[in-house]
Design a protein around this ligand. Structure first.
Ligand code: HAM
Length: 426
């Protein structure tokens, strides 16, 4: 039997990889413009990091994490997200001692054992930022502005997108709000799904974002976290709204947005697409002022977001990446056709010289008829075919055919590079 890829883990084939490279490059540039620097953390972490960081009872840790023991019995996990890893690295390397706000970004694969569907994979890729070290709501506004800017840069229409925003308050607000929610849901207990019956005891906030219709119906009139904020959290949120208005960024207040990770405090948001169906969140994020302490560090506030590359690629649809990213990666512009084995050494020499001069070049290795080889060259979109036969070797020159015009010229080996460079400048 043929060995196939693991369910929910997909190959990104060369044609599609081109769009990925383009999108990744645009995202990196946007992050750099906003002052974020890349951090690369390991894909494998101690399972405990996510149990303490993201929360033992969350679906992500409880149901979806890939956990396994190493040879010494230490429990490890494939990272389901990167915020906990980035904060761990921030604490471990004393980045907090460097003063100011640490602005870090990442791109890379994450793993969650979810039911695969459109826009939802078991191995997926996130791009994200974490701004660690400040409570200032202006930083929340900056992060949200960056999220919008990425969409703008990729040419996604604002009308097709919307930003859900909420504040879930601080750890002091939470127990009161939880209790208020529990009191509200208790009389409706029988209408709740089995998961929500459990959530009613463990964390009634999560009932608010349950997708089961009967739970949604009950949640419709549930008390809002915004009405249960302490004065500090209320003021923080109002300042954030003021900044967003000043920046002209639209948002919809969504009292049901609670997010599925336990580390959030105050601001939470999601930028969603109107074209994506059930998995509509292009990115999600918020503040996590207690996360560093949960990981054993000093109290250190932070805010950030992460988005799914797969979903971004989906909304970009069949869009062709712009010309500039076709450089080098669309294939050779020169194709060498050695007539026989005797010309292969010279062909390899010419190839090496052209490539070192920055001219994308390749040659035929399949030993087919001349007609077949020319067919391959035109399929590859090659501009120049270089013929090397006995006669060419004796003249120390290659016969260069411009495949767009059919014109042929003998060009001495020593002049091939300037000749082809001159052509491409014209
Ligand atoms: P999250 O909402 O779990 O947040 O994931 C962020 C984004 O990753 C989602 O909006 C979605 O686009 C994408 N995503 C999540 N799961 C999948 C999946 N199974 N398949 C495809 N795409 C997926 C976090 O991960 C937080 N760490 C975000 C954050 C950063 N908060 C603060 N800083």
């Amino acid at each position: 039997m043929r060995v196939e890829a693991v369910r929910g883990m997909t190959d990104i084939l060369p044609e599609e990889a081109l769009l990925w490279q383009y999108v990744e490059a645009e995202i990196r540039e946007a992050f750099a413009l906003y002052g974020y620097r890349e951090i690369r953390t390991p894909i494998v972490e101690r399972a405990e990091l996510f149990a303490r960081g993201v929360g033992e009872a969350t679906d992500i840790v409880h149901k979806e994490m890939y956990v396994f023991p190493d040879k010494k019995g230490q429990m490890l996990a494939l990272r389901p997200e990167a915020t906990a890893s980035v904060v761990r690295a921030y604490l471990e390397h004393g980045l907090h001692a460097r003063g100011g706000v640490a602005k870090l970004y990442y791109l890379g694969p994450m793993f969650r054992y979810e039911k695969p569907q459109k826009g939802r994979k078991r191995q997926f890729h996130q791009y994200g930022v974490e701004a660690i070290g400040s409570l200032d709501p202006a930083l929340d506004a900056e992060v949200i502005d960056l999220a919008w800017y990425i969409m703008e840069r990729l040419g996604l229409r604002r009308e097709g997108l919307f930003l859900r925003l909420n504040s879930i308050g601080c750890p002091e607000d939470r127990p009161r709000y939880r209790e208020t929610l529990r009191e509200y849901f208790l009389p409706h207990r029988e209408k709740l799904c089995s998961d929500c019956k459990r959530r009613l005891e463990e964390n009634p906030l999560r009932i608010l974002d349950c997708k089961v219709p009967s739970c949604r119906e009950v949640a419709e009139d549930a008390p809002r976290s915004l009405d249960h904020l302490c004065p500090g959290c209320r003021a923080h949120f109002e300042r954030l709204l003021g900044y967003l208005d000043a920046l002209g960024l639209s948002y919809e207040l969504d009292p049901k947005l609670v997010r599925g990770l336990d580390y959030y405090t105050r601001t939470v948001f999601e930028l969603a697409s109107r074209d994506l169906g059930a998995q509509d969140a292009l990115l999600g994020g918020g503040r996590y002022d207690g996360l560093a302490e949960a990981l054993g560090g000093p109290p250190t506030p932070g805010v950030g977001f992460a988005g799914g590359m797969e979903r971004l690629i989906l909304v970009l649809g069949d869009r062709e990446p712009p010309d500039r990213c076709f450089r080098l990666i669309t294939g050779p512009t020169v194709y060498i056709l050695p007539v026989g084995e005797g010309e292969v050494t010279e062909a390899l020499r010419v190839l090496a010289r052209l490539r070192r001069a920055g001219i994308p070049a390749d040659m035929d290795y399949a030993g087919r008829s001349l007609r077949k080889r020319l067919q391959v060259a035109s399929q590859l979109g090659v501009r120049y075919a270089l013929f090397l036969g006995e006669e060419e070797l004796s003249r120390s020159a290659a016969k260069v055919r411009d495949l767009s015009t059919g014109q042929e010229e003998y060009v001495p080996f020593g002049e091939l590079v300037p000749y082809l460079q001159g052509k491409s400048r014209r």
